[in-house]
Design a protein around this ligand. Structure first.
Ligand SMILES: N[C@@H](CCC(=O)N[C@@H](CS)C(=O)NCC(=O)O)C(=O)O
Length: 209
């Protein structure tokens, strides 16, 4: 049994989408960032960094969004959300998941939370992160240049859900991801899925539907 601690539109969207795609049984617990509930002592016991998401797997709290992606893919191979270990597509899958985890997601973190870095000019830091985010979009867009519908090829994978969740976070930036036509087409495919539509309903999201 899974319990997902989430805040609407936060990084918890990724495990939420994957659980829906897998069809696994899970319960949701709202930890609203807007109201500061992520700093409550009860939540900090589960996630000492006070960030979302946390996914309790059989009562064990697990954290770090890309790790949750890998855990869920590993626990549910039948869902086909990741290529099998040892295959060439698996290498590409790991490479791009870690690219999102190490490069794109941290750049978004500093775009939204420049105060994470003390003593640095927030405007300059955000400008640098904007360049980094747009360069990541260039690379993802290039991956789709051969006409493939999804980042790994013909089949959707957990990588696409991760990428599109991050693309959503750019919606109010000067150059949102949807300005890259191939990325927009990818987002449209993911946004049409029942899991995305259901998540919007449950999390009460409206923007970038
Ligand atoms: N490294 C963490 C970062 C998660 C993260 O930054 N979550 C944001 C929401 S998208 C958060 O909880 N922000 C609230 C805060 O930092 O106070 C992960 O990948 O799970």
């Amino acid at each position: 049994m899974y319990t997902l601690y989430y805040s609407p539109g936060a990084a918890s969207m990724l495990p939420h989408l994957l659980l829906l795609e897998i069809g696994a049984a899970f319960q949701l617990r709202l930890v609203d960032i807007e109201s500061g509930a992520n700093r409550d002592a009860d939540y900090l016991r589960l996630n000492p960094n006070g960030v979302l998401p946390t996914l309790a797997i059989d009562d064990q709290p697990c954290r770090e969004t890309p790790a949750l992606l890998l855990m869920l893919c590993e626990r549910h191979p039948e869902a086909g959300l990741a290529p099998a270990p040892g295959t060439p597509s698996r290498n590409a899958f790991l490479q791009w998941v870690l690219f999102l985890a190490n490069t794109l997601q941290p750049a978004f973190r500093l775009w939204f939370y420049p105060s994470d870095v003390e003593g640095v000019d927030a405007v300059a830091l955000k400008a640098a992160m904007r360049v980094r985010i747009e360069s990541c979009f260039d690379q993802l867009d290039e991956l789709l240049a051969d006409g493939r519908p999804y980042l790994l090829g013909a089949e959707i994978s957990a990588l696409d859900f991760y990428a599109v969740m991050l693309m959503r976070w750019s919606r109010n930036m000067p150059r949102p991801a949807t300005q890259w036509p191939r990325l927009k087409a990818l987002a449209d495919r993911v946004r049409a899925r029942p899991s995305w539509i259901h998540l919007y309903d449950v999390e009460g999201l409206t923007e970038w539907a």
